[in-house]
Design a protein around this ligand. Structure first.
Ligand code: WQD
Length: 343
């Protein structure tokens, strides 16, 4: 079956996607510079699927290395591009690092493959919508000025992809706009490995529950939402991973209506921070220590996706519920505490 390049494949979403690709009969090949992930993920993937993925360690900003990799791998038919810097707060402090890393890597890949017939899946984000004026948000909603350099890199990357698709008809490109990925593989062998203090809600919850953090601060309870805390569309990372396989299949089966397409990848349901905390406590039986604090700069109030286009055209929909999201996230945190294979 087809050989699919997965950049950032030892990362959180990348590793889950490598597992789903192998289980769907594809041969994933990983490029990762390990700047924000751990090489031990490879043997964890092998423990799940029985096959250790082919792995190359280098920085995609190094154009020569990308060119020689592409020349030496003529049998690659698809590419899923995860490798990018993705911390919103850090991007505000270090915009040039974000613009360099996220654009140089993307442009090097697009340039190196431009004379090949490639099915290209891009990791985009609901961040491009900013605070939508209408909910649920559809793919035709206007892209609003990004709140951070990170969000801007996603918006500009989508423009780069659209212009590339327009110029190079051999490219087939799909951008997947993720909502909030959470949870872990049911084996608890792979999951989110935040370096340092987690920025995102669910890893902060699980680290608080395991005793690594003293308490959670709920960033604001004065929003115009049912309980005052902010609302997001949380999606299980395994559902998200399967959406990438569906995107590759769509392009291989020539079902695309254009050579650049965009899809929302979420559940279509919004849950507040306080509802997530409650869901975690109910699913795991672990009581959480939390307090209400001020709003976090840059946060939007509420967003959830209209996912009807992904259902009708991608033939994909999320199937794992909030209980499994919380249960699997907790099982992964417990696994790390009891058998951390990365130290
Ligand atoms: C979720 C909610 C916080 C931590 C992120 C990325 C974005 C995209 C989706 C990839 C918010 C609240 C959080 C805490 C809290 N990812 N929160 N206390 O900001 O919606 O989006 O994931 O593309 O780029 O930024 O996710 O998990 O940080 O926050 O109250 O300790 O939880 O205010 O309302 P976010 P998050």
């Amino acid at each position: 079956m087809s050989k699919i390049l997965v950049t950032g494949g030892t990362g959180y979403i990348g590793s889950h996607t490598v597992v789903e690709l192998q289980e769907a009969g594809y041969t994933p090949v990983i490029i990762d510079d390990l700047s924000n992930s751990n090489k031990g993920v490879l043997t964890q993937i092998e423990a799940i699927t029985g096959t250790i993925p082919e792995f190359y360690e280098f920085d995609l900003c190094d154009e020569q290395k990308v060119v020689s990799f592409v020349e030496n791998n003529p049998d690659i038919t698809g590419l899923i591009h995860f490798a990018a810097s993705k911390a919103v707060g850090e991007s505000v402090e270090e915009p040039l690092k974000y613009y360099r890393n996220n654009f140089f890597s993307l442009i090097n890949l697009l340039n190196a493959f431009k004379n090949r017939n490639i099915n290209f899946v891009f990791s985009s984000s609901c961040t491009v919508y900013g605070q939508p004026t209408k909910l649920p948000v559809t793919e035709s909603a206007p892209v609003q000025k990004a709140e951070s350099p990170y969000g801007n890199t996603k918006q500009v990357a989508e423009e780069i992809l659209s212009d590339t698709a327009n110029a190079f008809k051999n490219y087939q490109i799909i951008a997947l706009r993720y909502f909030n990925p959470v949870g872990a593989h049911k084996s608890a062998m792979i999951g989110e490995l935040p370096i340092g203090v987690p920025q995102n809600l669910v890893p902060f919850i699980t680290q608080t529950a395991i005793g690594k953090r003293a308490k959670i601060t709920v960033f604001g309870d004065d929003y115009d939402t049912p309980d005052g805390s902010a609302v997001r569309d949380y999606i299980h990372v395994v559902d998200l991973a399967k959406a990438h396989v569906a995107a590759i299949k769509r392009m291989e089966e020539k079902k695309s209506k254009a050579n650049y397409e965009v899809f929302n990848i979420g559940t279509g349901n919004g849950f507040s921070v306080l509802e997530i905390i409650k869901a975690f406590e109910t699913s795991t039986g672990v009581k959480l220590n939390y307090e209400i604090g001020p709003r976090r700069a840059g946060d939007i109030e509420k967003v959830w996706g209209d996912v009807s286009k992904s259902a009708s055209e991608l033939g994909w929909k999320a199937t794992l519920d909030l209980e499994e999201m919380m249960r699997s996230a907790w099982a992964w945190e417990v696994y790390l505490k009891e058998k951390n294979p990365f130290i």
